[in-house]
Design a protein around this ligand. Structure first.
Ligand code: NAP
Length: 197
């Protein structure tokens, strides 16, 4: 069975967006978080148009190439302009978690309104032996609370954004992590953790 993990670009002060994320505005004033996707000279083997440093490409493609399904929170879905009716990943279908109906959902997307457990179970079924990637701080926190996360990756960008949406939100108890790998790269440090159960 594949893993359930989340990988986000995050500022050193823990934000996954800048101030003012919204539909049509993406990450708000936090677009610096994604610079490392485009300022290298090694094309991603998974995502068309991404040009990373050699070390980032190796780390990024190893993860992205294992994605079999994506579970995104409603805020990520809306702020990303509903991914144009498709998925954020070229090969992995999208599941959106929300408590509300989503009239704009397309037949290429799946809305789950019965909770994070159901969303991850449905995504796992589609992913088979590949991984399920979680997108959004709220969704990651909900999945951590439910004990469903195997690994957490921080693509840590050396900036203090000072505001935005937090990567991690409040948890009822400590969750211990084991560091698996650190990859320093131009403009970003990749931190790969395993959740200790
Ligand atoms: N830096 C990066 O790498 C990166 C990656 C991904 C996303 N982002 C950005 O992060 C921002 C979104 O993060 P976020 O933390 O604000 O939100 P999020 O996790 O994308 O979405 C939170 C919403 O998802 C729904 N949800 C979460 N847990 C649920 C549960 N257990 N059951 C049912 N619904 C649940 C709720 O929607 P309802 O209110 O509809 O119920 C909740 O308000 C976006 O701006 C996105 O672009 C950045």
């Amino acid at each position: 069975m594949g893993k359930v993990y989340s990988a986000h670009s995050v500022s050193v002060d823990g934000y996954i967006t800048g101030r003012g994320p919204a539909p049509g505005r993406g990450l708000g004033d936090g677009t610096v978080l994604f610079d490392w996707y485009f300022d290298g000279d090694t094309p991603s083997r998974v995502f068309d148009g991404f040009r990373l440093s050699e070390s980032s490409a190796k780390f990024f493609d190893a993860l992205a190439g294992r994605d079999g399904a994506i579970v995104a929170g409603r805020n990520t879905y809306e702020d990303s302009d509903r991914f144009g009716g498709g998925s954020p990943h070229p090969d992995a279908p999208l599941f959106v978690v929300s408590h509300r109906p989503a009239p704009e959902i397309t037949e290429r997307q799946t809305l789950v309104t019965t909770g994070i457990e159901d969303a991850i179970a449905a995504a796992r079924k589609v992913a088979g032996d590949k991984d399920v990637g979680l997108m959004g701080g709220g969704v990651l926190t909900a999945a951590l609370r439910a004990g469903l996360v195997d690994e957490v990756v921080l693509h840590q960008v050396p900036v203090l954004l000072g505001g935005g949406r937090s990567f991690f939100q409040e948890l009822p108890e400590h969750i211990h992590l084991r560091l698996l790998e650190v990859v320093p790269a131009p403009g970003v440090t990749h931190l790969h953790y395993e959740v200790v159960r």
